[in-house]
Design a protein around this ligand. Structure first.
Ligand SMILES: *Cc1c(COP(=O)(O)O)cnc(C)c1O
Length: 224
């Protein structure tokens, strides 16, 4: 993997996504590849753009602004997903920069985001992050609290909630958690599922992922 170019990696991952979708009797076009560009050096980002990729994920607002602020003007079809925790004091910048917020995870944030979207006239699609493994160190809504939180986001805040997102526990097989997320989305009538990373996106596709978030599989290891 380390010696392959970003373009080659992208091609390989797209092929794997296609095969996993076909295997699951799904339309390959129903699975979107979010290229997770956090921490990656500029030349790798440029390679991905040159290869025609336009959908990227970032987990920090400030870092994303530095990387994408200027490029947004150059690529009108660029789409940016926020996939990391959002502090309420950064919601203004986040709403201005991103196209989708995947990490809606608490009432305070829902309320502040709604106000900010109203102010900027940008009603972004949102995903609710679910803490599927009920891990104390992880953000996300607990599965048993999801329905109430969803209702709050939609009824009280008028947010455009499109789907659910999860990061399953690192040490356990992910399929149980992917299935749980799918079942919760179905119960709420939500279409989109953001789940699956470099190591497990094929399993996520088998269980209904519509967005997979792949970083190292495309760009190589992150050097912190
Ligand atoms: C970093 C990150 C990814 C990508 O992880 P890889 O293992 O590099 O594919 C996916 N989702 C989230 C939320 C992340 O923070």
């Amino acid at each position: 993997m380390g010696f392959m170019s970003v373009a080659e990696n992208l091609k390989a991952i797209r092929a794997q996504i296609g095969a996993a979708a076909v295997e699951a009797e799904r339309d390959p076009a129903s699975v979107h590849l979010v290229a997770v560009s956090k921490v990656q050096p500029d030349e790798r980002i440029e390679e991905a753009l040159a290869a025609g990729h336009r959908l990227f994920g970032e987990n920090r607002v400030q870092e994303a602004q530095q990387r994408w602020g200027g490029r947004k003007a150059l690529f009108s079809d660029l789409r940016l997903h926020l996939i990391g925790p959002l502090q309420t004091n950064k919601t203004g910048d986040a709403v201005a920069l991103f196209d989708v917020i995947e990490t809606l995870d608490r009432e305070k944030l829902a309320k502040v985001l709604a106000a900010e979207m109203e102010k900027q006239g940008r009603r972004l699609p949102c995903f609710i992050q679910v803490n599927v493994g009920e891990e104390p160190q992880k953000s996300g809504i607990l599965p048993q609290e999801l329905e109430d939180f969803y209702r709050y986001c939609v009824d009280e805040c008028s947010l455009d909630v499109r789907g659910l997102m999860c990061i399953p526990p690192a040490e356990e097989p992910p399929s149980f958690f992917f299935a749980l997320l799918r079942q919760q989305a179905q119960a709420l009538g939500l279409q989109d599922l953001s789940m699956g990373m470099s190591g497990d996106f094929e399993q996520a596709i088998a269980l209904g992922a519509t967005y997979v978030r792949v970083g190292t599989g495309i760009f190589g290891e992150r050097i912190y």
